[in-house]
Structure formats: structure tokens, C-alpha cells
Design a protein around this ligand. Structure first.
Ligand code: NAD
Length: 470
């Protein structure tokens, strides 16, 4: 695999290995971008900006062509995602299809010119102008989807991009660069690969005017600090610890199915996965029983095998962290109702795990586990459940489940998080913005509001004394 810099596919002197989490074998090596190559990528993006920012119609056509190219190469990209990330092939296919859909949706968006009324001005308008070069940094859980969430709006708004995938999952993203290369003018999109150091160099670099970052809260804070020095714009999509609250009138089987799916999707490695569940006294046992049965039925295995429901955790560090959280839960008196251990002795497989009887300050409850281990908590009073759900540093998403959608929506509105779902979770679409609160993020991604984050305002004013010429 090669990097895409200034329209040229580039190798590098140094490389790093990429591991398949299902068997711990090296799949391939990825180029390690040097500082000089990063300079070249930013310089290419800077040079390409002027002509790229001129015509939104050209940009729409490019995004549409990119979406078609992604769909044409979906099988190959999906296979790479499964091999380096771990998710089952059918889900990797859905990731590629989703990423193409994001490009298609974004291609239709507008950069509106908004007239305003200002005394003394004949014309006063708010325009949205591109920022320049965007540095985009993404994580390993959805390599192609998170890339699309940044590339599509950044480019439509008229910016150029240098994007870095996670060192755990660079292959599909590098291949995406090769696939998109014939459809994008030289320098408009550059894809470089390397470790966390490369991310640090990107955020410290003088060229980008914006850092679009998705990843952990700790890294996000470093990115914000680095960007502050140059007053670069930032969008930070960070961690979450999403609560799901079940109301006393819910149907146990229906909510158990919905909650289980949204907690264990992608082996729990989703920023907006359900990470804590609050069950009312009357439904505690029935919902727990349903969820336990679901956990015991999961087919865990290599995502390339067709009958697999759930793949491994992506990397050794995350695998060890999730096992450590399970062990910590045991030591605190938690009851492991399902799963609770590694499966096999090769590959980063962890059984879907359900743990009860934990206090609110247990690590599995208070921290973001980002893996297949779910704490189930009990409540007697809905205000108490809300207070506990709203405690802590995160505020990404949450959900409330009940027989009556409107009453559930009223409770959901009291969750202190950016997205409050009713009788669903993980219902992410290109249209709806995502905007994490507290330590879950800064700024907005997706939808028309997400697009505007790749622009600066420009107010254009013409005084009344200046007569119109036509
Ligand atoms: P991570 O923060 O370790 O790495 C993310 C990316 O940032 C990688 O490309 C990494 O190389 C780079 N990086 C790391 N340190 C950096 C630094 N100091 N400066 C610049 N770049 C740096 O995160 P991860 O482990 O890859 O991903 C998991 C995390 O991502 C979870 O916390 C998850 O919740 C979060 N996430 C959030 C969203 C969202 O939209 N809110 C989506 C997906 C994942």
C-alpha cells in the first residue's frame, strides 16, 4: 500500500506492520510518513486550495464520482477493513456503503448565503468561506466511515485535506486513496500513514487551518492544546459512555434486543455504543434474562467467516484493557452473568460479557470500556436513574426505552448528551448532526451544521449610499 501525496502514490523508507486481530498475524506493512513527506503533503494541499475552492459544482461532481468509485471497489475495501479491523465482512460492506452514502449526501448540500438586515446597508449577507487546508486524524473502529465523515464535508466546503488513519487500520484508507486518485485533482486529498507521532506533527504543522479529529478524549485534549497555539479551528469527536434507560412500561424482549445490538455492535467499539444500562426494578430480571440469552448465542470468530456475528477487539492494548476492566469488576464484587473471558488463545477475542451488581464508581461503569463488556445497573426512581446517567465527564449520546414514545422522549430530553434517542440507539444518519457535550467533543459532525464547521463566516456589506448598478 502507498500513500497519496500530491496526486502521486508514494512509498517510504520506513514501514510498520499491520496486524490482523483475528489471528495476530502481520497482514501487510504500511508506509511510515517522514516529516519531509508530511511537508510535501501539506504543501500540495496548500497549492491545490486556490483552484479547488473556486467552483462548488466541480466539487459536487468529484464527490459523486468518488462515491461511485467506492461502491465499485466495495468488496476489496470491505475485505481489508475486516482483516485489519476485525468486524464481520457483511458489516464491513455496510461501512463502505455507508461511507459512499455520506459522499452522495454531502455532494447535494449547499453553502447558503444568508441575507441579514443591517440599518444603513443596502446589502448585508453572511457567506461561508473555506478555511484552507484541513488536517484530518481518525481512529481504528470505522476507518472508512470516519474518513468519509471528514473528507466529504471538508472537500465540498472548498478545503483541501491531509488525512491520517490510525496505525492499527491504515490499509483500507491507503487503498481508498489509490481508488479515489483518478477522480480527485492533484493535491486536493492526501493520505499519509504513521503512528501517533505523525498526528502530533500534523497538529503542530504551520499549514493546516483546521484539525478534524476523531479519537480518544486524552488525545483530543492534546490536539486542542496544539491547535490553540496557532488558533487553528478544531472539531473533536471523542469518547462516550452512553447510558440507556429502560422505563417501567417497556416490553422486555423488544428493549433487550435493541439494547444488546447497540451495545455489542462492532464488539462494543463504537463511540456511540450503549455502555451502561439502567433497568427499573420491575423489569430488571426479565430484561437481564433476555440479554443473557442473546450474549450466549453470539457466534464469535474471524470476520472473514460467513456465519460470524462478532469479531475480535481491534488491538492488543484495547484487548488487555477490556479484560482488565472485567477483572476489576470481579474484584469489586460484580457478578459476571455472561461471557467474562477471552475466547481461544490466538486473536483478540473476548466473549460478549454482561456484568451486574456494580457500584456507580466501578471502572466499568464510570470509564469508557470501548469493548464487549456491558454493566447492567438497577434503579427504583427515574430521577435517580437520570442523575446517575448524567454523572461523569462524557455526554455523547444516550437513549430511553419505553412503551410510549412521547413520554420516553420527555425523559430523553433530560439526558445531558448531544444525541438523545428514543427506543433506538446508534441510529446514525448523514442528515443528523453529532455534537458531543462535556468531554465527548467540541464542534459538530454530519448534516448541514457539520458542513459549516469546515467554513469561516464572511460578512459582506454594501452601504445604501452605494447604488446598485443593475
Ligand atoms: P486515539 O485517540 O488513540 O487515536 C485516534 C487517532 O489519533 C489515531 O490516528 C492516532 O494515531 C492519533 N493520535 C493519537 N494521539 C495523538 C495526538 N496526541 N495528537 C494527534 N494525533 C494523535 O483513539 P483510538 O484508540 O484510535 O479510538 C478510540 C477512541 O475514539 C474511543 O475513545 C472512541 O470513543 C473514540 N471515537 C469517537 C468517535 C466520535 O465520533 N465521537 C468515533 C469513533 C471513535
Amino acid at each position: 500500500m502507498k500513500m497519496l501525496i500530491s496526486g502521486i502514490l508514494m512509498e517510504s523508507a520506513e514501514t510498520f506492520p499491520v496486524i490482523n486481530p483475528a489471528n495476530e498475524e502481520i497482514i501487510a506493512s504500511a508506509p511510515q510518513c517522514s516529516r519531509g513527506m508530511l511537508d510535501d503533503a501539506f504543501s500540495a494541499a496548500e497549492t491545490a486550495f486556490e483552484s479547488w475552492s473556486r467552483d462548488i459544482h466541480v466539487r459536487r461532481d468529484v464527490l459523486t464520482a468518488c462515491a461511485a468509485a467506492m461502491r465499485d471497489n466495495a468488496d476489496e475495501l470491505a475485505r481489508l477493513v475486516t482483516q485489519e479491523q476485525g468486524k464481520p465482512l457483511a458489516k464491513a460492506q455496510r461501512e463502505i456503503g455507508g461511507a459512499a452514502r455520506w459522499f452522495e449526501y454531502t455532494a447535494e448540500l449547499d453553502l447558503p448565503v444568508e441575507p441579514i438586515t443591517v440599518p444603513g446597508q443596502r446589502r448585508a449577507e453572511i457567506h461561508r468561506r473555506p478555511l484552507g487546508v484541513v488536517a484530518a486524524i481518525i481512529p481504528w473502529n470505522y476507518p472508512i466511515m470516519t474518513a468519509a465523515w471528514k473528507i466529504a464535508p471538508a472537500l465540498l466546503a472548498g478545503n483541501t485535506v491531509v488525512l491520517k488513519p490510525s496505525p492499527y487500520t491504515p490499509l483500507a484508507t491507503l487503498r481508498l486513496g489509490e481508488i479515489l486518485r483518478p477522480h480527485i485533482p492533484e493535491g486536493v486529498l492526501n493520505i499519509v500513514s504513521g503512528g501517533d507521532d505523525l498526528g502530533v506533527w500534523m497538529t503542530a504543522h504551520k499549514t493546516p487551518r483546521k484539525i478534524a479529529f476523531t479519537g480518544s478524549t486524552d488525545a483530543g485534549k492534546s490536539v486542542a492544546a496544539a491547535a490553540a497555539n496557532d488558533l487553528k479551528r478544531v472539531t473533536l469527536e471523542l469518547g462516550g459512555n452512553d447510558p440507556a434507560i429502560v422505563l417501567a412500561d417497556a416490553d422486555p424482549k423488544t428493549v433487550a434486543n435493541g439494547i444488546f445490538t447497540a451495545a455489542f455492535e462492532n464488539s462494543g467499539q463504537v463511540c456511540v455504543a450503549i455502555k451502561r444500562v439502567y433497568l427499573p426494578d420491575n423489569l430488571y430480571q426479565p430484561v437481564l434474562d433476555e440479554m443473557t440469552a442473546l450474549a450466549n448465542n453470539v457466534k464469535l470468530g474471524d470476520g472473514l467467516n460467513e456465519d460470524v456475528d462478532m469479531g475480535p477487539v481491534n488491538n492488543r492494548a484495547q484487548f488487555e484493557r477490556v479484560l482488565e476492566l472485567i477483572e476489576d469488576s470481579r474484584q469489586r464484587g460484580g457478578a459476571v452473568i455472561a461471557g467474562g473471558k477471552r475466547k481461544g488463545d490466538t486473536g483478540y477475542f473476548i466473549e460478549p460479557t454482561i456484568i451486574t451488581d456494580l457500584a456507580d464508581d466501578a471502572r466499568l461503569v464510570a470509564e469508557e470500556q470501548f469493548g464487549p463488556a456491558l454493566p447492567i445497573l438497577r434503579y427504583s426512581d427515574i430521577d435517580d436513574a437520570l442523575a446517575r446517567a448524567n454523572a461523569g465527564h462524557f455526554g455523547l449520546a444516550g437513549s430511553v426505552w419505553g412503551a410510549d414514545g412521547d413520554s420516553a422522549a420527555e425523559v430523553a430530553g433530560k439526558l445531558n448528551c448531544g444525541t438523545a434517542w428514543v427506543n433506538q440507539h446508534l441510529a446514525i444518519t448523514p442528515q443528523a448532526p453529532i455534537a458531543g457535550r462535556k468531554w465527548s467533543g467540541v464542534g459538530i459532525e454530519n448534516g448541514p451544521l457539520g458542513l459549516l464547521q469546515y467554513t469561516d463566516l464572511q460578512i459582506v456589506e454594501v452601504p445604501e449610499t452605494q447604488a446598485a448598478t443593475a
